[in-house]
Design a protein around this ligand. Structure first.
Ligand SMILES: NC(=O)c1ccc[n+]([C@@H]2O[C@H](COP(=O)([O-])OP(=O)(O)OC[C@H]3O[C@@H](n4cnc5c(N)ncnc54)[C@H](OP(=O)(O)O)[C@@H]3O)[C@@H](O)[C@H]2O)c1
Length: 340
């Protein structure tokens, strides 16, 4: 049984903790908070051992009468691997501690690629992560791009080039301090956005250009995709491929799922915890092959799509299985993810 310490118990960290606790081959060693907040109380209620990020902050938990078991260093000593889910750039500040303690660590997409030996996507490059000490699970948008583009690349002998517009959510739903409220913001204003080069950390040879804007919504990101195929494929072939690929689901406007709002409602209706949708949702009606160009529109639940990848990344780094499909199937079964 692999013991997983989770440093940073926010949007991603609490979901990773829950997902780890549902797997048959790993357990939560503990989670790290900086402050005695409602989330810290929730961690204790969930029976995840609570640790402070340092001695000074540990005192705040003691003063708030919260059962704190030690500091991040104590958690590292009890863990086989740390999943660092702290806000972007803090992972880089934490890395020297992980190195000095000789513990494996997974970082998230808010960190620069060079923080780790390898960037990770389950379907894209599981094998490259086997036995590694430091890996970075790519961001929610990059994970979404790798899932569908990777499936196309593998099934149809490659992609000649792809051009993508990303329409990004402003803040996450639980964040009241960020906008935009009434504007559409090119972000970044430069092209390509960082997403294309990030996909290249998984698929180095893919010719990909991305541009991105941020809009006043909290629910999901949306990508409009144009893919030039190397080999012929029909619209039907692509629909069949996405139907049979793990972690991609097809949704239909004709069945009332006409926007990201209805996708999130669907996730709540099927009983997903926190209303999460770990899969990438592709609108079936949007899939269209014209000549050698494929068009489709997909939506990404930014708070949860990277969670199964973190689980697979733990398995690869800890050598629990050498086989990506086996890990993906095990993770998805435990999380209750099903195919279309
Ligand atoms: N949210 C997304 O859409 C999303 C999607 C994919 C990847 N990511 C990436 O995942 C990482 C985490 O993002 P997030 O959205 O989960 O951030 P978040 O919601 O802000 O959660 C991070 C948590 O870390 C805690 N924290 C802050 N400083 C810390 C420290 N020094 N040590 C330990 N914990 C600390 C904060 O809680 P306390 O201060 O209360 O303890 C905070 O709740 C980032 O790299 C981000 O880019 C985010």
């Amino acid at each position: 049984m692999i013991l997983v310490g989770i440093n940073g118990y926010g949007t991603i960290g609490k979901r990773v903790a829950d997902a780890v606790s549902m797997q048959p081959d790993m357990n939560v060693a503990g989670v790290v908070k900086t402050r005695p907040t409602h989330e810290a109380k929730h961690a204790i209620k969930s029976n995840y051992g609570l640790y402070a990020n340092n001695r000074e902050n540990m005192q705040k938990f003691i003063e708030a009468d919260m059962a704190v078991l030690g500091t991040l260093e104590d958690l590292i000593d009890k863990s086989d691997i740390i999943v660092d889910c702290t806000p972007g750039k803090i992972g880089a500040a934490n890395k020297p501690l992980y190195v000095s303690k000789g513990i494996k660590a997974i970082f998230q997409g808010g960190e620069k690629p060079d923080i780790a030996e390898v960037s990770f996507n389950s379907q894209g490059n599981y094998k490259e992560c086997i036995g590694k000490d430091y890996a970075r699970v790519v961001s929610c948008n990059t994970t979404g791009l790798c899932r569908t583009l990777g499936a196309i690349e593998q099934a149809f002998g490659g992609i000649r080039k792809t051009r993508i517009t990303l329409i990004r959510r402003g803040p996450d739903p639980g964040n009241s301090s960020k906008g935009p409220v009434n504007a559409i913001v090119p972000n970044p204003v430069t092209v390509p956005s960082h997403h294309g080069p990030d996909v290249n950390t998984i698929f180095p040879d893919m010719d990909i250009m991305t541009s991105a804007v941020v809009v006043p919504t909290t629910l999901m990101h949306l990508h409009t995709m144009i893919v030039e195929l190397k080999n012929p494929a029909t619209t039907g072939d692509i629909i069949k491929l996405f139907k049979n690929t793990p972690r991609i689901i097809l949704v239909r406007a004709s069945e009332g799922i006409a926007s990201t709002a209805e996708i999130m409602e669907h996730a709540r209706d099927i009983g997903r915890k926190r209303g999460d949708l770990n899969e990438i949702a592709v609108w079936e009606e949007s899939i269209n092959v014209v000549g050698n160009e494929l068009f489709y529109i997909q939506a990404i639940h930014q708070e949860s799509d990277v969670v199964p990848e973190n689980i697979d990344c733990i398995r690869a780094m800890c050598g629990l299985t050498q086989n990506a499909s086996e890990s993906i199937a095990m993770t998805d079964k435990a999380l209750g993810l099903t195919m279309n």
